[in-house]
Design a protein around this ligand. Structure first.
Ligand code: GAR
Length: 199
């Protein structure tokens, strides 16, 4: 098989989407491998998941840097030690600067727990998204995998999956239904990108 796509996965928390990527990469014919997992939170459980899978990890605690650019410099340094083709944001709860993003044109993707362009943008992350969907009385929600551009959550959508919003839904039940879709969608999106990048 042609060369695999080399991934870096950036996380902040539980890392269930990271796990979905780890599991997909375990299949010999999956066209990508994870080279590095970076967390901005020292206590992110996703770091344990990466260690169990024998993947290199790096913790870069954003609280140690007063300027966003200093934090990002550390992230760039860590990435520069690996041949990274694609950066996957998987529950990474930091907004990246335009400088950082422009350094990786069309090479950063993200998973978002709603049907973008709805319910995206600054402040729309994790449970805030599901709360907003419920409060708006939506009858469907879903997950979006998209390219990252400097405008938060506005980059081109790669793929989406829809789920119904039920009358009895809570943030918990809705987020569980959505994240199940993310776990399928994210590896599929990586596969799609790998196939497009092949000569
Ligand atoms: C996922 O639902 C992801 O879409 C969301 O955080 C969760 C992370 O879960 N990301 C955002 O809201 C970013 N705007 P995980 O750590 O178990 O993968």
């Amino acid at each position: 098989m042609p060369d695999k796509l080399n991934l870096a996965v950036l996380i902040s928390g539980g890392g269930s989407n990271l796990q979905a990527l780890i599991d997909a990469c375990a299949a010999p014919d999956f066209p990508a491998r994870i080279q590095l997992v970076i967390s901005n939170r020292p206590d992110a459980y996703g770091i344990e998941r990466a260690k169990i899978a024998n993947i290199d990890t790096k913790i870069i605690d954003h609280n140690k840097y007063t300027k966003r650019i200093e934090f990002e410099k550390r992230v760039q340094n860590a990435l520069s030690n690996y041949p990274i083709d694609l950066i996957c944001l998987a529950g990474f709860m930091r907004i990246l600067t335009a400088d950082f993003i422009n350094h990786w044109p069309k090479k950063i993707i993200n998973t978002h727990p709603a049907l973008l362009p709805k319910f995206g943008g600054k402040g729309m992350y994790g449970e805030h998204v599901h709360r907003a969907v419920l409060e708006a009385g939506e009858t469907e929600s879903g997950a979006s995998i998209h390219y990252v551009i400097p405008e938060v959550d506005q980059g081109p959508v790669i793929s989406q999956a829809k789920v119904p919003v039920l009358a009895a839904d809570t943030i918990n039940t809705l987020s569980t239904r959505v994240i199940e879709q993310e776990h399928k969608l994210y590896p599929e999106a990586v596969k799609k990108i790998a196939s497009e990048r092949r000569p």
